[in-house]
Design a protein around this ligand. Structure first.
Ligand code: ADP
Length: 435
């Protein structure tokens, strides 16, 4: 799938999801409005009937206009120019609302027209489909001296109406599931595509890395195949050493790929033992220190210096994996360095941990890539600036070793100022034999 096709598919997918969501919202809104309209009509007719019934109960006539006034969809005022008996009003309200299927909790209040103050109010619930007031009927007061109007309010109208729209809630839920599923599929495609790109890069890189030593060996073999070479023992020795070196390089590459294959299968298996970190560091890096001093690494002459200040340096770790880890970090510090490499290895005690740091004066890593450098196959894109070979596996291996030991690693870096990798290793207080 080309990049443009992929982008086109993503854009289409997003447009269709947004379209479906807008359509659904539109229809839910319309259904709600329709419900509200039906509800208002039912309430209106019901209240009109209640007013009529109270008027005939009081043997009075209703005002000529505006008996039922809708203030908002959940608030109504009903004018009755006659005495309102709270008992009678409640009875009629209940009957009419049940008759017109007004299924929502409501409260009513009887007002004094002269003072606009509520003189009586009550709340009625429809939760069990039968209207059930909270007050005992015998407690309902009766007024017959003033002229009143009453109001009806539906405090939970929105939720009451929404709870009546099960089919819409259900279809919205289904839509949500479809959208989640769809988004997950897009995410999976996206991830697969990235993985495919990374793997393609890896294979290109690997082919390139293998091609160079193979062709060097082939050329050297051609030279050695010439019978005249016997007469030049120096050249002969030179070509043999080239073949040896290139063979070693190939061996290392194969080793790295095998290491990766092992890592893919399962977590690292550790053979832990207790040892002094300082002694270990000195031993593990001795040959590296010598080579860098003599300029035998990447043709760069540099130095490796130690500031081993931790007073307590006993740790519990797998020596083989730790050696590889140290070597990978030192290797990178030399590879990604434009000047004479100056590498510092520092230790210090920090609480229960030993902080082991590797600091270099290399090219550094941009902030936006710092989180990703531990990802498998990830290499900082450099365009054509630095032609440094690699598979993007070294730091991933470092991270696996750190995780297998349950240690922590962090990176501090600025472009042009080098990198500092910090490793927090728990210190061991006593050797097992002593404990
Ligand atoms: P590789 O070196 O084989 O590419 P790594 O996993 O060891 O793979 O490193 C990943 C990337 O992180 C490298 O490609 C490089 O861009 C960057 N990097 C690692 N170490 C350093 C360092 N010390 N200085 C600058 N960049 C580094």
């Amino acid at each position: 799938m080309t990049h443009n096709t992929f982008r086109f598919i993503i854009i289409l997918a997003v447009i269709s999801i947004v379209g479906i969501v807008i359509t659904q919202l539109y229809w839910v809104r319309r259904a709600f409005d329709l419900k509200e309209k039906q509800f208002n009509q039912a309430v209106h007719i019901g209240l009109q009937d209640v007013a009529q019934q109270i008027a005939s109960y009081n043997k009075h006539s209703l005002p000529s206009a505006n008996v039922v006034n809708k203030i908002s969809s959940d608030y109504y005022i009903v004018h009755i120019n006659s005495v309102i008996d709270a008992n009678v009003l409640e009875h009629y309200l209940k009957n009419e609302f049940i008759k017109h299927q007004v299924e929502a909790d409501f409260e009513y209040g009887i007002y004094d027209c002269n003072t606009d103050k509520m003189v009586y109010g009550n709340y009625l619930s429809t939760s069990n489909k039968t209207l059930d007031n909270r007050m005992m009927k015998s407690e309902l007061p009766k007024w017959d001296t003033f002229t009143y109007y009453f109001v009806v309010h539906f405090p939970h109208l929105t939720t009451d109406l929404a709870s009546d729209m099960e089919i819409w809630v259900f279809s919205s839920m289904i839509l949500l599931i479809v959208i989640l599923f769809f988004s997950y599929t897009l995410f999976a495609i996206f991830k697969q595509k990235r993985l495919a790109e990374i793997q393609k890069d890896f294979i290109n890189n690997m082919t390139h890395e293998f091609k160079t030593p193979i062709s060097t060996i082939a050329i050297s073999a051609d030279v050695l195949g010439n019978p005249q070479i016997i007469q030049y023992p120096e050249r002969l020795a030179n070509y043999v050493s080239i073949i040896k070196n290139e063979n070693n390089r190939l061996k290392n590459q194969v080793e790295r790929v095998l290491q990766l294959a092992k890592l893919e299968k399962k977590e690292l298996e550790l053979k832990k033992e207790q040892f002094d970190l300082h002694l270990f560091i000195k031993e593990a890096t001795a040959s590296f220190a010598l080579k860098i001093k003599e300029g035998k690494l990447e043709n760069k002459t540099g130095e490796l210096v130690y500031y081993l200040h931790a007073t307590h340096a006993l740790i519990d770790a797998d020596k083989v994996h730790l050696t590889n880890l140290v070597y990978n970090l030192l290797d990178n510090s030399t590879k990604y360095c434009d000047e004479a490499p100056h590498i510092e290895i520092t230790t210090q005690n920090q609480g229960n941990y030993i902080l082991l740091s590797f600091k270099d004066n290399g090219i550094g890593i941009e902030k936006k890539y710092q989180k990703r450098i531990f990802e498998k196959f990830f290499r900082v894109p450099t365009g054509n600036l630095h032609d440094v070979k690699g598979f993007g596996l070294g730091l991933n291996y470092v991270k696996s070793v750190v995780e297998a030991h349950k240690w922590k690693i962090s990176l501090e870096s600025r472009v042009g100022e080098g990198c500092k990798f910090d490793l927090w290793i728990p210190k061991v207080l006593e050797t097992k034999e002593n404990s």
